[in-house]
Structures are given as structure tokens and as C-alpha cells.
Design a protein around this ligand. Sequence first.
Ligand code: S5P
Length: 244
Amino acid sequence: MSPPRFFHPSSTRLQQLMLEKDSNLAFSADITDKKKLLALVADVAPYICVLKTHIDIIKDFDQTFICALTRLADQHGFLIMEDRKLADIGYIAAQQCSEGIYRIAQWANFITVHTIAGPGTLEALRRVVKQHPNLGILLLVQMSSKDNLLNEDYQRASLRLAEQYEDIVLGFVSQERLLLDSKWLWFSPGVSLSADQDALGQSYRTPLSVDSDILIVGRGIAQAKDPIQAAKQYRQLARKQTSC
Ligand code: S5P
């Protein structure tokens, strides 16, 4: 079987975009008002290759939001990563991914998944991906939050699961590259130039101290005085240490 990074439409497209836009930056658009979110995304879109969403925090969500977002993605060239952090038994995770009001599988290029429930989650998502071949899975193997419970045994077991499901798992959300094999994509959140923590356990590192393919920045851009300038600066600093 071909390695995930090189055969899946979303990882192939991502690598193309990273080169074309000279960007390793993902913007985490954690904004609850759809108009404000779309306006900010339109501003920073030229500097990012991935937009990360938490679709369930948008208070005025409706289908027009998805249309507007995917239009922006096509216009500006970025992929959409829904940070849903699925963690339930397969039967439910599959429905959370493809049903309900969000129908994530129809528009997301990547979805984040916890491995806590074991292989059943991925078994079910394999069926969803068959129906939605643009969707790829990213496994949470490490977290940026202080005192999180993802210990080394858990991380190793998660990496083994990724190998078993390499037809759908494209990479990881992690604080570091845990495998040398270049077939995986590594995404790292917890990146800020202006803070080293928040009041609720988030911890940050600067872009220059993170070795990853994609650096994920949220409030560092969204809450900057000048988000466009901030996006430009994070893009510049993020691309210095990536191997892609
Ligand atoms: O370990 C993690 C994993 C994720 S996906 N730590 C994180 O902070 N995240 C997400 O990255 C989190 O859900 C949020 O959307 C984003 C970080 O936002 P920031 O404002 O702290 O940069």
C-alpha cells in the first residue's frame, strides 16, 4: 500500500499548497461568530495552507457558512481541518463525522481523532472515508496542555494504530515528530510569540522551537492587533524549520 502522505488527495494537495504558497502555517479560527470568522479567514488566507475549525463553537452556524468557507478555500487555496477530536465508539464516531447538522465528512479535508476508544473508532471511520475520499484522519498523539494524560505508552500505542490504518491516517497532531518515517504529516498546536501559557492550562512554544510540518496558531493571530501582519510573521517563522 502506498504511504499515506503520498497517495491521499488531501495530503497531496496540502504538499502542493505548502510549496506554492511557501507556507507551513495553519490558522485555528476559534471564533464563534460566522461573519467575523469568515472576514478574518479572508484576511489571512493568502498566508496559510490549512484552516482549522471547531465547527461546534459557531453560535450562528448554518449551511451558508460551509458554502462561504469552502468558497474561500477554493479561492485562496487552503485545506480545512475540522478539529472535532472524535473519541467515541465507532458506531457513534462515524455518525458524528458524517451526520447531524455539521456533516463534517462532506467538507473537511482532515478531521482530528483521539485513539482512546481503540481501533473501533478507526474501523468505523474507514467506512466513512470510503464514501468521502477527500477526508483524511489525523490522530492526536501528544497534547500541548499542561499535565495532559497522553503518556508515552499511550503515544506508542497510538502510533501503532496509525500503522494499522495507514490507508486513512495521514498524520498526527503532536508536539514533536515521534517517527522518522517521512510518510506522516505532523501538525503542532500550542504556538505563540506573545505568550507562554494561558489561564486554562494551554502551554505555548515559539515557532522556532517547534519541529513539525504544519504549525497551528490560533489566538496568536486572531487576537493580534494586526492579524494580517501576525499571519505574515508566523508564516515566515514557521517555514524556517520544516522539511517539506
Ligand atoms: O494539543 C493540542 C491539540 C489541539 S488540536 N492543543 C491545542 O491547543 N489544540 C488546538 O489548537 C486547540 O483546540 C485550539 O483550537 C488550537 C490552539 O489555539 P491557541 O489559540 O491556543 O493557539
